[in-house]
Design a binder for this molecule. Structure first.
Ligand SMILES: *Cc1c(COP(=O)(O)O)cnc(C)c1O
Length: 397
């Protein structure tokens, strides 16, 4: 019950144990095509360029940033938690000129703040996290695409922690790139990064693809207007090559990670069968139940609850209690893992997740019942039965 990774859905684990296939086996290429179609539904997009990057969530982040950003390009990274710092760090390694604005932990940005920074910086790319598990905040994105469009900025979001558990509309909100992972609301293991790119993003990537080290490859490229763009500084994360691998040409790149593909496909299949709206509502319900439950035990919650992600809550560790001792007791006595925290919140809050396969009644009620006993064991006097009762009230509507 931590902020991720979570218990994978048993159906995902079962799918991953299927026999391996070579990447050009017709069954395998059919699975790849199906997986693309399923993730279009998960991201809510018509983007052709929807695929998996093989690696954990940050492989998707690296692929997008290294493929979109040329050395010297300006990128704006609004930071409201740990993962904003990760986007900044990766963009710096792409030799981009990185501009950062920061929001206090536990808060999100207003669209006006983002627009003012865009006007000032004039970036090529805005790189913005949607849900940052470090603070539990969910940055509203619905108005940001329109702002980016007005100012000619490509809009990229890392939706790893939020996708599947909180509303996300790739096309409706005007995003150019989004990347995710499986180990949060998608109910899978880490190791695959679903990624989607708009036509505009693909065009930026394609404009770099055919120029090797600043030398034009063919006479077709001898167009006076053409600018020579440096090639993408990674082979593995070159989204131009990865697109050709997943696209109709199926040009060889890496050896597709077959078992991860089966897992990623099953994660998306389960969500799409459930219905994206139903899955988000499930996360909202169980998130509301755990929130009411910890409050019902008499605990305080960190951050602006109005902007909290559905799938994780940060609970203030009560004064006088050994926070790590309580986490150990949860694990050893009850087999329940809850999360610690980073940076300014280290030692101050626990993070409890209700996501993917763990967004369930029994998981929520069992966690609250166990937490009550652990608090009592630590010498506190939580409201007897207050956690489970408050959660059940949420479930009763
Ligand atoms: C959990 C999380 C990640 C995880 O990245 P990995 O490479 O899979 O460890 C990335 N971004 C965000 C916003 C996350 O919450």
């Amino acid at each position: 019950m931590g902020p991720g990774p979570i218990n994978a859905d048993p159906r995902v684990l079962r799918a991953m144990s299927a026999p391996l296939l070579g990447q050009y086996d017709p069954a395998m290429t059919a699975y790849m095509t199906e997986t693309q179609e399923l993730y279009r539904q998960v991201f809510r997009t018509a983007n052709d360029a929807t695929l998996l990057v093989d690696g954990t969530s940050r492989s998707g982040i690296e692929a997008v940033l290294v493929s979109l950003l040329e050395p010297g390009d300006r990128v704006l990274v609004p930071v409201f938690g740990r993962f904003g710092h990760l986007l900044k760090e990766i963009a710096e390694r792409c030799l981009a000129e990185v501009h950062v604005i920061e929001a206090e932990w536990g808060t999100v940005f207003e669209p006006e703040q983002l627009e003012a920074a865009i006007v000032e910086v004039r970036p090529k790319v805005l790189a913005l996290v949607q849900g940052d598990t470090s603070t539990t905040m969910c940055q509203p994105l619905a108005d940001v695409g329109e702002i980016c469009r007005r100012h000619g900025v490509l809009f990229y979001s890392d939706v790893t922690a939020s996708l599947g558990g909180n509303a996300f509309e790739m096309d409706g909100w005007g995003l150019d790139a989004a990347t995710a992972g499986l180990q949060k609301c998608l109910a899978g293991p880490s190791g695959s990064a679903p990624t989607s790119l708009s036509d505009a993003a693909v065009e930026v990537i394609r404009s770099r693809k055919h120029v090797e080290a600043g030398i034009r490859e063919s006479s077709d490229d001898l167009d006076e207007e053409a600018t020579i763009r440096p090639r993408i500084r990674s082979n593995y994360f070159d989204l131009g090559m990865i697109l050709d691998y997943w696209g109709p040409r199926r040009l060889n790149h890496h050896t597709e990670a077959s078992s991860m593909l089966y897992g990623a496909r099953e994660c998306a299949r389960l969500l799409v069968n459930e219905g994206m709206g139903t899955a988000i509502e499930r996360h909202r319900l169980h998130g509301a139940a755990i929130l009411a439950g910890v409050q019902g035990l008499g605990l305080e919650v960190f951050g602006d609850v109005a902007h909290k992600m559905n799938n994780v809550v940060a609970v203030e560790i009560p004064a006088g209690l050994d926070g790590d001792g309580a986490r150990s007791a949860m694990l050893h006595d009850f087999g329940i893992e809850i999360g610690t925290s980073f940076g300014p919140l280290h030692g101050r809050v626990w993070r409890i997740g209700t996501m993917g396969y763990n967004a369930r009644h029994d998981a929520v009620l069992g966690t609250l019942a166990a937490l009550e006993q652990v608090l009592r064991g630590g010498g506190l006097s939580p409201v007897p039965g207050g956690g489970v009762a408050a959660a059940k009230e949420v479930y009763a509507g």
